[in-house]
Each structure stands twice: as structure tokens, then as C-alpha cells.
Ligand binder design. Structure first.
Ligand code: GDD
Length: 381
């Protein structure tokens, strides 16, 4: 049975990837966890007791632990979703962010190179690497221009993956993922913060109770939001390019030779690594945080208006979203503490190549995503 090691197993993408693989393959899943006094198993509660799932312990910042784990498991795939993924806190702990997001990738690549060179490696790249963008939509050729320690850490990881792929012929890819959300999203990210807040306020209004507004930062940031469940399929396609792109088999006679049982001088991965491509995953649409707020409230039947209830209408930090009818209560207000020292103002991705070459396409639209997240949060309360 093939083995897939997933770091960041308890997070949104790790859990969605494990669910996808349980449904679509017969492979064994090794969910990698860090030692923690109180690990949160909420995202994996429906799969953690599946006999194909095994929990294993290591830490991306501890090269010895990764080395040992890869040596012991000999995985066919290592999908590295482990990261310090919250951009906002990367200014507060830049070293920890680099240790996890960049050195963690280096340690993983080294462990594979030494112990298991045919293991396919996925590195979770980010549209944050594009930063203050030169053009739209952004594609794989867009330069790395990060605006945060987080974006820089991911850009550096991308370079390491390139170097290891080219130097050692590893099957290693760094996918460029735009924002992806869903019902397993952490509450520090803006989409889940909004949907949880909307549900809290809707319940309070229906019970005629008082409530505090949702406090947000930059309402004008534009993001290309998709569903994480769609993205894990795109990641899997990037890790199995020869299965989805017949042209690769055409290009590499040695790969065809394998299919005919001819002995190859080197492992198939050696030839495949030479024609690997990295891809952008995105919806191709962009929406402001403001629009996300409006849609999420519309899902619970609350219409609102943007207003400046104080004397200084030019100060955007005083903007609020108030209920359009009835008491005109404040639903959302801006709190400068949620602004970042530097912002990525606009992201919108061009995912045409993966759609054409690997046949991937997202199933969930922006409005379906908002609806799904609000409905889920309603079902929790
Ligand atoms: N988190 C947060 N909280 N963001 C806010 C808030 C708030 O109260 N108010 C406004 N925003 C704005 C942020 O300034 C940012 O422009 C946007 O909402 C999205 O913020 P996040 O949801 O925190 O995500 P992100 O875009 O910074 O990063 C996510 O996407 C990247 C891919 O582009 C993360 O998932 C990263 O790990 C991922 O790489």
C-alpha cells in the first residue's frame, strides 16, 4: 500500500487532503503532529479512527525528527501543509515563521534526499509571495515581491524546492495557492472570523439580545477566495502530473518504457522531475473583504449599509456596517489594530495552465463558499 505523509494534518488543508485521499485512493495516511499538551482534533474527528490513518510525531523545525520519520516511514508522498500560515502574526514572530515555513521545507527536502529520494514532495506556496503585484491576474511567472515575513518565507521555500528538484532530480513541487477557505478554517482568518461573527449576531438579534459588532481591519483588501476542498484535488494532480497529462508520457520515453516493463537505468521519478511544472490554484475572481461581509450577512437575511457615524467622514478607520432596517445597530466596525504593517492590496490568480494541462477546476463559487461557511457555522450553534 502506498504511503502519504501529511504535515499540518490537524489544519484545514491537511484534514481536507486526508479526507480526499481516503475517498479517492487506497493509500495509507500518516498524519504528522507536533507534540502539544492539547492538540485540537476537530478537523479530523470523522477520519482519525479510520484504520488507514496513523498519527506520527515530528516537528518541521526539528530536522532530526523529520529525518527519522522519513527514514522510518519511507513515504511515497510527503505533502507539507505544516506552516505558520497566519500572515498577520508573521511580523510578531518572523524567526519562528522562517524556521517553520522555510527551514521546515529545507529539512523535509534533505530528509527525502538522504533517505527516500523517490518520495514526491509538495510545498505549500502562497499568493502572498506576489505581494505588491505588477499585473493581474497573477500567474506562475509573476515575480516574488512579498509584503510580509510570511510571504518572504514562502518565496524562499519556493527557491529551495527549485534548487533541490534541479540538483537532485527530486519530484518536488511548490504550488502557488491563492486564498482558500471552508468549514475547517481557523477563526483568525478573515472569512471565518466574519461567518462566525455573523452567526453570533444573527442569533442575538433573533433572541432580542445585545451583541458586540465584528471588528475588522482593512475592508478594501481584495482576495481571490476558493474552497480548500477544491484545492487539495489540485495539489494531488500536481503530485501526479503524469497521470493527468498524457503529454508528459509522450515527452519522456523512459516513462513509457516503465509502462512496458522495461528496466530503467534510474527511478521513474528521475525522468519525471525533469518535466515537472508548478501551478497556480485560484478561482480567477477577486472580491473585497467588504463584499464578503455583505454576502455573509445576506445569508442570514440581514441587510446592512456602510456608514460613517462619527464626525470625521474622511477617516476610514471609523467606517461601520449598520443594519439597514429597524434599530440600525452596528454590525461591523473597523479597528485599526487589525491593520497590517504592510498590506497585499489585490490578489487574483490565473489558473488557466492547471485547468488546461491537468484538467483541474474548482467546483465551488465565491457565493457558494460564503453560503457553505455560514450554514456550517449556523449548524454549530
Ligand atoms: N485575518 C484578518 N482579520 N484579516 C483581515 C481582518 C481581520 O480582522 N480585517 C481585514 N482583513 C484583511 C487582511 O488585511 C487581508 O488583506 C485579508 O483580510 C485576508 O486576510 P486573511 O484571511 O488573514 O488571509 P491572508 O490573505 O492574509 O492569507 C491567507 O491566504 C494566503 C494565500 O494568499 C492565508 O491562508 C495564508 O496562509 C495564505 O498563504
Amino acid at each position: 500500500m502506498k504511503k502519504v505523509l501529511i504535515s499540518g494534518f490537524l489544519g484545514q488543508d491537511g484534514a481536507n487532503m486526508a479526507e480526499f485521499l481516503l475517498k479517492n485512493t487506497t493509500y495509507a495516511i500518516y498524519g504528522m503532529l507536533r507534540r502539544s499538551a492539547n492538540p485540537n482534533f476537530t478537523n479530523v474527528k470523522s477520519i482519525v479512527s479510520n484504520p488507514r490513518v496513523k498519527l506520527v510525531y515530528a516537528d518541521l523545525t526539528d530536522s532530526i525528527s523529520l529525518d527519522r520519520l522519513i527514514q522510518e516511514i519511507q513515504p511515497d508522498y510527503f505533502i507539507n501543509f505544516g506552516a505558520n500560515s497566519f500572515v498577520g502574526c508573521s511580523w510578531d514572530m518572523p524567526v519562528q515563521v522562517f524556521e517553520t515555513n522555510t527551514l521546515g521545507v529545507l529539512y523535509g527536502l534533505e530528509a527525502i534526499r538522504k533517505n527516500c529520494p523517490s518520495c514526491r514532495y509538495y510545498s505549500a506556496g502562497s499568493s502572498e509571495e506576489f505581494g505588491n503585484v505588477d499585473y493581474s491576474p497573477q500567474d506562475i511567472q509573476h515575480p516574488i515581491k512579498p509584503r510580509s515575513p510570511y510571504g518572504a518565507s514562502k518565496g524562499a521555500a519556493r527557491m529551495l524546492v527549485k534548487v533541490y528538484r534541479e540538483s537532485y532530480n527530486l519530484y518536488a513541487v511548490h504550488g502557488l495557492l491563492f486564498n482558500h477557505e471552508g468549514t475547517k478554517r481557523g477563526e483568525e482568518f478573515v472569512t471565518r472570523k466574519i461567518t462566525k461573527g455573523v452567526v453570533r449576531i444573527a442569533k442575538a438579534i433573533s433572541n432580542s439580545e445585545k451583541f458586540e459588532p465584528i471588528e475588522l481591519g482593512n475592508l478594501d483588501a481584495k482576495r481571490d477566495w476558493s474552497d480548500s476542498e477544491d484545492f487539495v484535488e489540485g495539489v494531488w494532480r500536481m503530485l501526479n502530473q503524469e497521470l493527468f497529462n498524457p503529454e508528459i508520457n509522450e515527452k519522456i520515453p523512459e516513462v513509457r518504457a516503465r509502462d512496458h516493463g522495461i528496466l530503467l537505468p534510474k527511478p521513474v521519478e528521475f525522468y519525471l522531475a525533469q518535466c515537472l511544472k508548478e501551478y497556480v490554484l485560484s478561482s480567477g475572481e477577486t472580491h473585497t473583504v467588504r463584499e464578503f461581509v455583505e454576502r455573509a450577512f445576506a445569508e442570514v437575511g440581514i441587510e446592512g449599509l456602510w456608514a460613517y457615524p462619527v464626525n470625521d467622514p474622511n477617516n476610514p478607520t471609523k467606517e461601520t456596517f449598520v443594519a439597514a432596517y429597524g434599530s440600525r445597530e452596528t454590525l461591523v466596525k473597523v479597528n485599526p489594530k487589525f491593520y497590517r504593517p504592510a498590506e497585499v492590496e489585490l490578489l487574483v490568480g490565473d489558473s488557466t495552465p492547471i485547468r488546461k494541462e491537468l484538467g483541474w477546476k474548482p467546483k465551488t463559487t465565491f457565493s457558494e463558499l460564503v453560503k457553505k461557511m455560514v450554514s456550517h457555522d449556523l449548524s454549530l450553534s
